[in-house]
Design a binder for this molecule. Structure first.
Ligand code: KIV
Length: 268
């Protein structure tokens, strides 16, 4: 299994780091079989697995349940589990407790949290102090959609650009081992990547981050909405619907089950 030291080396040697989301036993299994460097059991599972309109309803128990299932599918891959909204916002004591629960019960190798303001830096320090590696997340942070006013590219204005850059530097200083950058201009992704010694992983952050992450269901065409930063490598939604409807038709027409699908078939 690759670990945080290996990810640092990969950055040093400019070897792109590839991360994909996975949320359960089969997606974990497919991610591991494809040789992906690391998995994120993201709170995007709220939208792509549980059908919520955003990530805000996801609970710590949801994250533990799905991270554990992903681990069963990917026993030899480094897994980062998202800390859901309000699991690191209440107090440092509560933050440590929740990170520990996700780590021990979810069987993750690291946790991820969103934001870079002082209270988040304190959370990062407290979790790292428990020997739990932390990946941070800046730019378009989906748990902040209500305060951001929707899913909008961040860092377009100079003041915002500088604020994100300063937060990235502070996050490294606080002890995070990795930083996810989402929905920011390419120039900002490039500048942060050059200034940090920890690896940056981009999603809609341009071509110059140390690695890339995409949502499993987006890569495979299992979602209805396709953001600009997604490249869809298959259209599984269409394929699945076609295969299911072929099977349905065969059952209706008496073509399934066929003789070969039957135990001790009667003569017909
Ligand atoms: O939850 C998630 O899938 C994420 C990625 C979009 C980085 O945080």
């Amino acid at each position: 299994m690759k670990n945080i030291k290996k990810f640092l080396q990969m950055k040093k040697h400019q070897e792109p780091i590839v991360m994909v989301t996975a949320y359960d036993y089969p997606s974990g299994k497919y991610a591991e079989a494809s040789g992906i460097d690391l998995i994120l059991t993201g709170d995007s599972l709220g939208m792509v697995i549980l059908g919520y309109p955003d990530t805000l309803q996801v609970t710590l128990d949801d994250m533990i349940h799905h991270t554990r299932a992903t681990r069963r599918g990917a026993p030899d891959t480094f897994i980062i589990a998202d800390m859901p909204h309000m699991s690191y916002h209440v107090s440092i004591e509560n933050t440590r407790y929740n990170a520990g629960k996700l780590f021990k019960e979810g069987l993750a190798n690291a946790v991820k949290l969103e934001g870079g303001k002082p209270s988040r830096l304190e959370a990062i320090r407290a979790i790292v102090d428990c020997e739990i590696p932390v990946c941070a997340h800046l730019g378009l942070t989906p748990q902040s959609i209500n305060t951001m006013g929707g899913y909008k590219v961040q860092g377009k204005e100079e003041a915002d650009y500088q604020a994100i850059l300063q937060q990235a530097l502070a996050i490294e200083d606080a002890g995070a081992f990795m930083l996810v950058l989402e929905g920011i201009p390419e120039k900002l992704g490039k500048e942060i990547t050059a200034k940090l010694s920890i690896p940056t992983i981009g999603i809609g952050a341009g071509r110059y981050t140390d690695g890339q992450v995409l949502v499993f269901h987006d890569i495979l065409g299992m979602c209805d909405f396709k953001p600009k930063f997604v490249k869809q490598y298959a259209n599984l939604k269409e394929e699945i619907v076609n295969h299911l409807s072929t099977w349905k038709t065969e059952v209706k027409e008496g073509k399934f089950p066929d003789r070969e699908n039957v135990y001790i078939p009667l003569e017909k």
